[in-house]
Design a protein around this ligand. Structure first.
Ligand code: MRU
Length: 349
């Protein structure tokens, strides 16, 4: 399979300056492969909040295109500027934990500021520049994924049983993924291994998305309940772990989907190497340690929603933190486009 058919196209811009975004609606996968057209920033914010598009790098690209959508149909510079002033903070804050979203929206804002000050700049010219920048962010992300795969592929041992949590694949990026890019590249190089995918409660990104991506690439994958991982580790059935990340602090503490910390802690208990794969765009070197990373709390309805059926028993409360922080001490190495790094991440500074 070629690279383009191997991986789904998570996000694309269709048309020219007045074009729009098309997402794969990830809430419908794997049962339906449905295109979701997005023509304005409000719909993009809604798609990000509902996880129709999700994963740290993918929401960074979605945020950048969302900025372009805010100026659709506008021609005069003041109107373009006003629309952006309204849309930028809303896009930036759509989800708090993955640093990629804020970083990419800020990058668009920086370009806006620089270019608006240029003498003779027109609204249309500014819009063209913004779309070109969003396209660059998109292409750069695909390249970062490819390089992460190359850097991490040698970590996957022949005959390994690799556990992953959530979805850090093509669907979470604009390329081949982060943790899954490592697996795709190792497989392409002829290493043979199997993958265990944690189902990833409550929204089942592992059961729905990771299993789908690996199966369509021909990589053997077995979905397990999140709470089966420790048991399989204790029995020697998992030999290594690799996950993605949403934000990595300067000391290496890594925020990722809720449940990752538990996986890392049990892996350490059984001396199983635990690697985090992420592009430099997911490192937040301004944040010294993981306890300073904002953790998204999502609707408690998602917790009971996975149970289905009627309402919960009277008086029962729910809590739904969407991410946790794995302490750096539990991480064997951070796989980036610059190789497998260790804190203080000199290559990223
Ligand atoms: O809530 P989600 O599905 O956006 O969470 C995604 C994750 O936790 C991924 O592991 C992370 O973004 C890395 S994606 C390459």
């Amino acid at each position: 399979m070629s690279e383009t058919t191997l991986h789904p196209r998570t996000i694309r811009w269709e048309g020219d300056i007045d074009g729009h975004v098309v997402l794969i609606d990830q809430t419908r996968l794997p049962h339906e492969e449905l295109d979701l057209p997005v023509e304005d920033p409000e719909t993009m914010i809604d798609a990000i909040v509902r996880l129709a598009v999700r994963g740290a790098p993918a929401i960074g690209v979605a945020g950048a295109y969302g900025v372009c959508l805010a100026t659709r149909g506008l021609e005069e510079l003041p109107a373009v500027r006003d629309a952006l002033t309204r849309a930028l903070p809303l896009l930036r804050d759509a989800r708090p934990t993955a640093v990629n979203l804020a970083t990419m929206v800020d990058r668009m804002e920086t370009l806006l500021r620089e270019r608006s000050e240029r003498p003779g700049m027109t609204g249309m010219e500014l819009r063209r520049e913004l779309l070109a920048e969003a396209r660059r962010i998109h292409e750069e992300d695909a390249d970062l994924c490819r390089r992460i795969g190359e850097a991490g592929a040698p970590l996957v041992a022949e005959g390994a049983s690799v556990l992953t949590h959530c979805n850090a694949g093509a669907l979470a990026t604009a390329g081949s993924g982060t943790a899954l890019s490592v697996l795709f590249e190792a497989w392409a190089r002829g290493t043979r291994f199997q993958v265990f995918a944690d189902e990833t409660r409550p929204l089942l990104q592992g059961a729905r998305l990771t299993s789908w991506e690996l199966a369509r690439a021909g990589i053997p994958v077995t979905v397990i309940c999140d709470n089966a991982a420790a048991h399989l580790m204790a029995r020697g059935e998992i030999t290594q772990v690799i996950t993605g990340a949403d934000r990595i602090a300067a000391n290496g503490d890594a925020a990722n989907k809720i449940g990752t910390y538990g996986v890392a802690a049990v892996a350490a208990r059984h001396a199983i190497p635990f690697h985090v794969a992420a592009p430099s765009t997911t490192f937040d070197l301004e944040t010294p340690t993981g306890d300073r990373i904002p953790i998204e709390e999502r609707s408690p309805d998602e917790v009971w929603g996975a149970v289905g059926g009627g309402p919960p028993p009277e008086g029962v409360r729910f809590r739904n933190p969407a991410f946790d922080v794995t302490p750096a001490a539990l991480v064997a190495g951070w796989v980036t486009e610059h190789g497998v790094l260790q804190p203080p991440f000199a290559a990223l500074r």
